[in-house]
Design a protein around this ligand. Structure first.
Ligand code: AMP
Length: 500
C-alpha cells in the first residue's frame, strides 16, 4: 500500500483542555549535578531546597558508568529520599532530579520526572520545569507516526522528538527537539557523558548554573538549591541557551532565533523562594520593593500592617517601611500543613486555610489593619483571612495585594485555574471587595510592579517580562489552545480521565 492510498489515520480528537484541567500544567523544580562522587545525595539536598516548587512527587536519576539508576515517588522529598539505601541505589558521579506539582487527576507514578529513555545512543534522562504550548499538537503527530506515550506529561514529547530526530549526536538531537517545541522550558538532561541545561528562548522559567569544587557543575531552578550544598552561583543560564558539561569541559550554544527575554514576573511575586536570586537580583529585596510601591500607590491611615504569611511577608515589610506604619505578625502560620493550593477540592481548600492560619487576637483587637498578600487567585484565602482578622476584633480590614489582578491563566508552568475560576476575571475590584468582605481592596498597578522589579515602567510595545497572568498578553503562540472543546472532545477527555 502506498502512502497515497492508505486510509487516513484515525487521530484522537484534539483535546486542548484535557491536560489543562488534568494538570498537564506543572509547577516544578529541577536540579542536576556532574563530576561529584555524591551526586545523588547532593541532588536530594537540592530538591529539598526546591520543595516549594512542587510537592506532589519527586524523582532522581543517576548515571554510573553508562548505567542509569532511578528512584521516583509520590510525595515530599523528605518522605521518600530519607534512607541511606535509597541514596545508595543511585550510584554515579552525575545525577538529575525533579520535584513536581500538579493537583487532582494528573498525579500518578508514570508522570513523575525525570523521564528516562534508552535511546539508540544510550540512556537519556530529562527533568523539565515549564509548560509546552504545542505539546498536544506534537503528541498527536508523533502518535500518528506510531509513538507510544507512557505518560500524560508534556515533557514526554521532548523524549520522543529526541528519539526520532534525524541528527546523529545526542546533543544535536536534543537541540533539534527543543527547536520544535513552543512554550516554557527550563530543562536539565543527562546522558552517559554529559549534563545539559537548557532554557527556552524567552527564558520564562528560571535556571541557574553553579559550581561546587573545581570540576563539579550544577544546574538548578533557583540559587537556594546551590546554597544548600555550599555551591557557588556562577550565573543564570541565559534565555535560549543550551549549556553542556562533559569530559571536555563546559560549552554553550544559542540555537534559537534571538528574542527579547521575557522571564516570568510571577516568579518575583510569589513562586521563587525569597532567599533566591532571580535574574541576579534578590527575590526578597524585590518583594520588599513591591510592598513599597504598593504603599506609594494605595496607602491608607492604619494602625498596623499585617502580612498573610508567608507569601505576603516581604511585601508587607516593604509596605510598612514605606508607609511608616508598625508591622506586626497578626496572623500566625502553622508550618506543618502544606500549601492550600495543593488541596484538590474547593471544600478541602477552605478547610486548608483554617488549618494553615490563625489570627493573633492580641495584636488585632480594635485596630485598623492593612493586610498584605502576594496575589488573589480564586479569592479563597483572602475571604477566609479577612473574616478571621475581623473575628479577632479588628476595627477595619484593608487588603493590599502585591500583584495586579490575576485575570488570565498561565500556560507556561505556573498552575492557575481556568479563566472562569479566576476571581479577577469575573468581578470588578468593587465586586471583589464585597465578595472578600474587606473595607477596601487595592492591587499594585502593573507599572508599579515593573518599577519594583526592574526600576522601569512596563514597556507596552515590548514588555520586559512575561506578565500574561495579569495582562492576557501571551508571549508565544498557544498552539494547543486555539480550538474549543467539542462534545466529542469532552467525551474523549472523560474516557482518558477514567484511564489515568
Ligand atoms: P486563592 O486563595 O485561590 O485566591 O489563592 C491565593 C493564594 O494562593 C495567595 O495567598 C498565594 O500566596 C497563593 N498562590 C497564588 N498563586 C499560586 C500558585 N500558582 N500556586 C500555589 N499557590 C498560589
Amino acid at each position: 500500500m502506498t502512502d497515497q492510498n492508505r486510509p487516513p489515520l484515525a487521530l484522537p480528537p484534539f483535546v486542548p483542555h484535557l491536560f489543562s484541567e488534568d494538570k498537564f500544567h506543572d509547577e516544578c523544580g529541577v536540579f542536576g549535578i556532574c563530576n561529584h562522587a555524591e551526586s545523588a545525595a547532593h541532588t536530594v539536598l537540592g530538591l529539598h531546597a526546591l520543595q516549594h516548587r512542587g510537592q506532589e512527587a519527586a524523582g532522581v536519576v543517576s548515571c554510573h558508568k553508562e548505567q542509569f539508576h532511578s528512584h521516583k515517588s509520590l510525595g515530599h522529598v523528605a518522605d521518600n529520599f530519607n534512607a541511606q539505601p535509597v541514596i545508595e541505589s543511585l550510584p554515579g558521579d552525575s545525577a538529575i532530579g525533579h520535584v513536581r506539582y500538579s493537583t487532582a487527576g494528573g498525579a500518578g507514578l508514570r508522570n513523575i520526572q525525570p523521564l528516562f529513555a534508552d535511546l539508540a545512543s544510550g540512556g537519556f534522562a530529562v527533568a523539565h520545569n515549564g509548560n509546552l504550548t504545542n505539546a498536544l499538537t506534537l503528541r498527536q503527530l508523533l502518535v500518528s507516526k506510531g509513538a507510544i506515550f507512557q505518560s500524560t506529561s508534556d515533557s514526554e514529547v521532548i523524549m520522543h522528538l529526541v528519539a526520532t530526530s534525524t541528527y546523529l549526536a545526542l546533543k544535536d538531537r536534543f537541540i533539534d527537539s527543543l527547536r520544535r517545541i513552543e512554550g516554557a522550558f527550563a530543562i536539565v538532561a543527562l546522558s552517559k557523558d554529559s549534563l545539559i541545561g537548557a532554557r527556552d528562548p524567552l527564558g520564562v522559567r528560571p535556571l541557574v548554573l553553579g559550581k561546587l569544587s573545581d570540576s563539579s557543575y550544577i544546574f538548578a531552578s533557583e540559587t537556594c538549591a546551590l546554597d544548600i550544598i555550599g555551591a557557588e552561583f556562577i550565573r543564570d543560564v541565559e534565555p535560549g541557551e543550551v549549556v553542556t558539561i562533559n569530559g571536555k569541559g563546559i560549552s554553550s550554544v544559542k540555537p534559537f532565533p534571538l528574542q527579547k527575554p521575557r522571564s516570568c514576573l510571577f516568579e518575583h511575586v510569589y513562586f521563587s523562594r525569597p532567599d533566591s536570586l532571580t535574574n541576579g537580583t534578590s527575590v526578597y529585596k524585590v518583594r520588599k520593593n513591591i510592598g513599597k510601591e504598593l504603599a506609594k500607590e494605595s496607602n491608607i491611615k492604619a494602625d498596623l500592617v499585617v502580612p498573610v504569611p508567608d507569601s505576603g511577608t516581604p511585601a508587607a515589610i516593604g509596605y510598612a517601611q514605606e508607609a511608616n506604619i508598625p508591622f506586626e505578625l497578626g496572623i500566625i502560620r502553622n508550618h506543618y500543613v502544606g500549601r492550600t493550593f495543593i488541596e484538590p477540592s474547593d471544600q478541602i481548600r477552605h478547610l486548608g486555610v483554617k488549618l494553615k492560619h490563625n489570627a493573633n487576637r492580641g495584636e488585632l483587637e480594635g485596630k485598623i489593619v492593612v493586610l498584605v498578600d502576594d496575589s488573589i487567585v480564586r479569592g479563597t484565602t483572602s475571604t477566609k483571612i479577612v473574616d478571621m482578622v475581623r473575628q479577632a476584633g479588628a476595627k477595619e480590614v484593608h487588603l493590599r495585594i502585591a500583584s495586579p489582578p490575576t485575570t488570565d491563566p498561565c500556560y507556561y508552568g505556573v498552575d492557575t485555574p481556568r479563566k472562569d475560576k479566576l476571581l479577577a476575571s469575573n468581578m470588578t475590584i468593587e465586586e471583589m471587595t464585597k465578595y472578600i468582605g474587606a473595607d477596601s481592596l487595592k492591587f499594585i498597578s502593573i507599572d508599579g510592579l515593573y518599577r519594583a522589579v526592574c526600576n522601569r515602567n512596563r514597556d507596552k510595545g515590548s514588555p520586559q517580562f512575561c506578565d500574561a497572568c495579569f495582562t492576557g498578553e501571551y508571549p508565544t503562540s498557544l498552539t494547543d489552545n486555539t480550538q474549543e472543546d467539542t462534545p466529542a472532545q469532552i467525551s474523549f477527555l472523560q474516557e482518558i480521565r477514567k484511564k489515568t
